[in-house]
Ligand binder design. Structure first.
Ligand code: PRT
Ligand code: ZN
Length: 304
């Protein structure tokens, strides 16, 4: 008869075998996507080391292996199945036209691909670019945009320092990534048309096996919880009993808020979850409805 120890040993061995299949994710080694990518997976409770020259790291508490790569290589590795998942700017992904699935928008590294021209040029509309030359590191996205808008311009692909192209006579305009607009400004350029909006996305290989699909679902579940928590705030406020109904009507919370009696008779503490934007819009109405001692607290994770 099987002893408890034997059954335990068997279960242990089975779980070891089951856990040998790691899902592999490629994230940028160093650059504008790296810090937020690392932060996201740490907030998802996935422990791993990412220091110095390390090119890979296996998590100690989740069956996942991280590969640290240049961002441009990530879509190709995910398409080929060298990595199962990747975090990449939508701009790079769409430029490369790789066959992968976009599984989640991650909400960081937001930027736009825009057309810009020298500041002193007079600009009316996109027809300005007819017959002009445009320098860019994104020829596919730029050409597609120009074509969709019936503009016949010549794009010149260059790999870096696109913003200096007009001043050295290489092109008459540029199509480049803009975030704050500071780089355009300091190079005597002005943004005239937005071509594409980008943010970091989680991508996946199209042919994940069952185990890896299940792991991806777990990762998405965790990312959802982190993202919901980031957009939501926990609000605690005090109010007299006669004002509670009016205050509840103002709160667009998840469900009915908790109402807890305070030590002082006739006073209650009201707890609710609302989006930060909603909060700023209704704060004055809450105060005029009699809310006092309002506390707004961050939420780490939110599971609905
Ligand atoms: O070394 P590796 O190849 O991995 O990285 P990289 O140098 O190619 O990319 P990196 O780290 O610069 O950017 C990675 C991703 O971050 C991009 O593909 C975008 O999705 C996103 N991102 C967000 C940006 C910016 N903001 C950004 N501001 N990528 C580039 N810029 C550059 C832009 O090219 C221009 O030179 O910043 C300048 C403009 O910024 P502002 O703030 O002055 O407008
Ligand atoms: Zn790159």
């Amino acid at each position: 008869m099987a002893s408890l120890e034997n059954i335990g040993a068997c279960l242990f061995k089975t779980s070891m075998i089951m856990s040998t299949e790691n899902i592999r994710i490629a994230i940028q080694k160093s650059g504008r996507l790296s810090e937020d990518s690392l932060k996201l997976f740490k907030e998802c409770g996935i422990k791993f080391e990412a220091q110095g020259s390390k090119l890979r790291s296996v998590s100690s508490n989740f069956p996942i292996e991280f590969l640290f790569l240049r961002d441009d290589d990530i879509p190709g590795y995910v398409e080929d199945g060298v990595a199962d998942l990747g975090v990449i700017g939508l701009n790079v992904l769409m430029e490369q036209k790789r066959k992968v699935d976009i599984v989640k928008e991650l909400g960081f590294s937001k930027c736009r691909l825009s057309l810009a021209i020298p500041r002193n040029e007079v600009y009316t509309d996109l027809s300005y670019f007819n017959g002009k030359s445009i320098a860019t590191s994104y020829p596919n996205l730029t050409d597609a945009f120009l074509k969709a808008n019936g503009v016949k311009a010549e794009t010149h692909e260059i790999s870096g320092s696109v913003e200096i192209a007009p001043s050295i006579g290489l092109a008459e305009g540029i199509c480049d990534i803009v975030s704050t607009g500071g780089t355009l400004l300091s190079n005597g350029l002005k943004e005239v048309a937005e071509v594409f909006q980008s943010q970091a996305v989680l991508i996946s290989n199209k042919h994940l096996n069952k185990t890896k699909k299940e792991l991806l679902d777990k990762i998405i579940f965790r990312i959802d919880a982190v993202q919901k928590g980031q957009n939501a705030k926990y609000v605690v406020l005090n109010a007299k009993e006669e004002n509670i109904a009016e205050i509840i009507a103002l709160l667009p919370g998840m469900r009915s808020p908790s109402v807890v009696p305070l030590a002082e008779k006739g006073w209650f503490s009201l707890h609710s979850v609302i989006s930060e934007n909603d909060f700023w819009e209704i704060i004055e109405s809450l105060r005029s409805a009699g809310a006092e001692g309002i506390l707004v607290l961050p939420i780490e994770k939110m599971i609905l």
